[in-house]
Write a protein that binds this ligand. Structure first.
Ligand code: HEM
Length: 431
């Protein structure tokens, strides 16, 4: 096991570590590093040492994993890993080491804070030193292939604990998936208000995994495309529309039980997942060049809401319930029956809802000067078979927005319940 795996807490925040260095006469270089750190700290002042301030830290421990109903931060680094080891002990050791590192990093502390030997690689990669915790959350998930690989092999003795709903998502009409951006044995969703903090988290988890699991694909995201709390303003996606208006919100306690958290009796094989959720990831490219040449009338017809306010085209303000029957000119409904909102609304989906937590992405451009950009869609649901699959199937056939979208990446993961102090993430799966 590498040094980075050593679980420990030295109670030293990234800021306090610097203070300690100052006491040891090592302050000059480190202080200069803080003073010149060029990163956006999400409004928190690194020099003031916001690390450790309650508003800046989401506790890693809790009933549910953080990063689901905790208010969506501004930045994402999502990563999927494949196990390179077939040993169950190695898998448990990895999850134990990842948990210890996540506890440290979400508190704004460096990984494996013991002083490192000068002759060995540092325990922490260092790029978040001096930065506040930035509301970092690290959310872990298990892919279907962890239970049975592509050939059906039960590598880790987990096959009889695979919930029925944890299957590779089906191929939806119009999918154009890139296998190099899809699936994976394990996933990590790192969200923070500072991109450097989110990237630091994935980098260190990746480094800890060396020899046990390897990065399969990853995605950076900026600018949340949904609100997960009524206290947050609704952001906009790259089509310029408010996104997240009708999202499931943290304050809706009954709806969270009904639509988000896996229940104790949901699946006899998946009892370990009770209190957890399923994470659906879709890398959706948005054809911005074509969208930008379509009229405002057409754009609003496609979404079913107006662009300025985010109000449904049937009238009212942002949070007015849409009236899908209200007729307009020629007796046709004001909200097109094939608009995105009409097809995604619970009234058209047996009452199901989901908690969306996606991010914008721009990964450069192609040879023709078109942006490789879109929405990295993340949704958490209690049951993907009842909630995501039927909705996506219908939308991929009928949604007017599909003309401007390409689904290029896909993954389904079971996000285990929250971790109690002393446990490792997903421990109940191995009990
Ligand atoms: C790039 C792709 C997408 C874009 C640009 C997009 C955009 C939007 C916008 C602008 C809204 C209206 C505001 C709101 O209530 O949040 C919305 C609502 C919604 N979208 Fe999407 N969306 C995309 C993909 C998806 C996918 C793949 C799903 C699920 C299969 C989905 C499910 C929903 C749901 C459930 C709602 C709320 C509907 C309601 O209750 O009124 N969206 N989306």
């Amino acid at each position: 096991m590498s040094d980075g795996r050593r679980g420990h807490s030295d109670g030293v925040s990234r800021r306090n570590l610097l203070a300690g260095l100052a006491g040891a006469g090592l302050a000059a270089g480190a202080a200069a590093f803080v003073a010149t750190a060029p990163h956006d700290t999400g409004g928190a002042d690194a020099a003031d040492g916001a690390s450790g301030a309650p508003s800046d830290v989401h506790d890693f421990h809790g009933e549910h994993q953080a990063g689901i109903i905790t208010p969506a931060q501004d930045r994402l680094h999502f990563a999927a890993f494949d196990m390179t080891s077939t040993s169950r002990d190695d898998l448990v050791a990895l999850l134990t080491a990842w948990t210890a590192a996540a506890v440290e990093m979400t508190a704004g502390r460096p990984v494996g804070g013991d002083p490192t030997s000068y002759d060995s690689p540092p325990n922490d990669t260092g790029e978040a030193q001096g930065l506040p915790a930035s509301r970092l959350t690290i959310t872990f998930g298990f892919g279907p292939s962890l239970f049975r690989d592509a050939k059906g092999a039960d590598r880790f003795g987990l096959a009889d604990r695979q919930p029925a709903a944890l299957k590779r998502l089906p191929h939806f009409p119009a999918d154009n998936l890139d296998p190099h951006r899809s699936d994976g044995d394990l996933c990590v969703q790192a969200c923070a208000d500072d991109p450097q903090v989110a990237v630091h988290a994935v980098r260190n988890l990746s480094r800890i995994a060396f020899g046990t699991a390897a990065l399969r694909w990853s995605q950076l995201g900026y600018g949340r495309t949904s609100s997960t709390s009524t206290s947050q303003a609704t952001p906009r996606n790259l089509f310029g529309f408010k996104d997240g208006t009708a999202n499931l919100k943290a304050e809706e306690a009954d709806a969270l039980q009904q639509h988000l958290w896996v229940g104790a009796g949901d699946d006899p094989k998946g009892d370990w997942l009770a209190g957890g959720s399923y994470l659906v990831a879709r890398r959706i490219n948005m054809n911005m060049e074509t969208w930008d040449r379509s009229s405002m009338r057409e754009q609003e017809r496609i979404v079913g809401r107006d662009r300025g306010e985010g109000a449904p085209l049937s009238g009212g303000t942002e949070f007015t319930e849409p009236d899908f029957a209200l007729p307009g000119r020629g007796g046709r409904p004001l909200i097109d029956v094939n608009s995105h909102v009409a097809l995604a609304h619970p009234s058209k989906n047996d009452g199901v809802r989901m908690l969306r937590r996606g991010y914008n992405f721009i990964d450069g451009n192609d040879d023709l000067g078109r942006l490789d950009a879109g929405l990295f869609f993340i949704a958490f649901v209690r049951d993907p078979v009842r909630q995501f699959i039927p909705m996506q199937t219908r939308m991929s056939r009928q949604d007017l927005m599909m003309e401007y979208l390409q689904h290029r990446g896909s993954g389904l993961f079971a996000a285990p319940p929250g971790v109690r102090p002393g446990e490792f993430v997903g421990q109940r799966l191995f009990a």
